[in-house]
Design a protein around this ligand. Structure first.
Ligand code: DGY
Length: 320
């Protein structure tokens, strides 16, 4: 029996490609940059499996071209880059990589919270520029973390991992999620539910861990930002389009909130220009899950899902 043919859209870990090669004919997996539309369209025409990264937009046109495709394994927990409803209609399996990146992403969330609250990047730049002339009472005064209110938007795996860490920092934890936990679960996790507007008014630090879908698009817009405290810090490590970047840039510029930390952007890799010139926002290049251990687990999970789907098994992480 001939081996299934798989295409990997971008550079991938050799260990994961080796695993894939044990069961499939593998093409791709070397490109440094995301493929162009034309390259992707031509690559999918005669393959059985597709291994994608979140930068690959897999829409109807691509799916229609892939007339042999059985499975798309996305190497990410988010899968808003894929038209899952259409894949389902066409019987194409779609998988993601949940669980393995929870802790690393929660760690990075805290790195951003601390960086913004304590002005770490600004202080680092200042020190490197040779501007440090000795201890000063009011040098780089930031925001207190201990005892503050943390507001978590989206209380899935990552939101909860952020909450666990928050207990160590002595924060009061509030969350908003379309699905409220039971009173027992809330008591166990030491968290309190608040409707979104109340959470935005109450929290000193607001961090987003929701998935992107039509109901979360621009969930944080000008009106919602206007509810936040003047000292508030907004963190987004989920998906860029959940925040209206233009409205956020305006609020940061006008000192309407204290600061923001972003790992994701509306038009990634483009960043709303105004943000680049602001000192009260810390900007990262979508590295929430970027530890070697976690990224390797994501790659291996994606490969395992792909091979399961190709061999007729139900993949572990099927999203439909
Ligand atoms: C994901 O997996 O969806 C993250 O954005 C990248 O790790």
């Amino acid at each position: 029996m001939s081996r299934p043919k798989v295409f990997v859209t971008q550079r991938f870990f050799p260990e994961a490609l080796d695993l894939l090669r044990q069961k499939a004919e593998v093409e791709g997996g070397v490109a440094d940059e995301p493929l162009s539309r034309e390259e992707l369209l031509s690559a999918v025409s005669d393959i059985d499996g597709l291994l994608t990264l979140l930068v690959n937009r897999i829409d109807r046109e691509i799916i229609d071209r892939a007339n042999r495709l059985k499975i798309i394994a996305n190497c990410a927990v988010g899968y808003d880059n894929i038209d899952v409803a259409y894949c389902r209609e066409k019987g194409i399996l779609v998988t993601n990589t949940p669980g393995v990146l929870t802790e690393a992403t929660a760690d990075l969330t805290w790195a951003l919270i601390l960086a913004v609250a304590r002005k770490i990047p600004q202080a680092d730049r200042y020190t490197r520029q040779g501007l440090f002339r000795g201890w000063q009472l009011d040098l780089f005064l930031g925001q207190e973390i201990y005892g503050q209110n943390l507001g978590i938007i989206g209380f899935g795996r990552i939101g909860r991992a952020v909450a666990r860490r928050a207990l160590g920092f002595g924060l009061k934890i509030f969350y908003f999620d379309p699905q409220r936990l039971s009173p027992e679960e809330e008591a166990h996790l030491q968290v309190n539910y608040l409707p979104l507007d109340e959470l935005l008014k109450t929290a000193d630090i607001i961090t987003i861990h929701a998935s992107l879908n039509p109901s979360s698009y621009h969930l944080i817009n000008r009106e919602k930002i206007s509810l936040m405290k003047k000292e508030a810090i907004l963190i987004n490590v989920a998906r860029g389009p959940i925040v209206d970047e233009k409205a956020l840039a305006e609020a940061l510029k006008n000192g309407q909130i204290f600061g923001a930390g972003l790992d994701v952007y509306e038009g990634e890799p483009e960043i709303y220009k105004e943000l680049l010139s602001l000192d009260n926002v810390v900007l990262l290049p979508h590295i929430g899950s970027a530890t070697r251990t976690t990224r390797m687990k994501m790659a291996m999970t994606a490969v395992r899902n792909l091979l399961q789907g190709l061999s007729g098994q139900k993949p572990d992480n099927l999203v439909w």
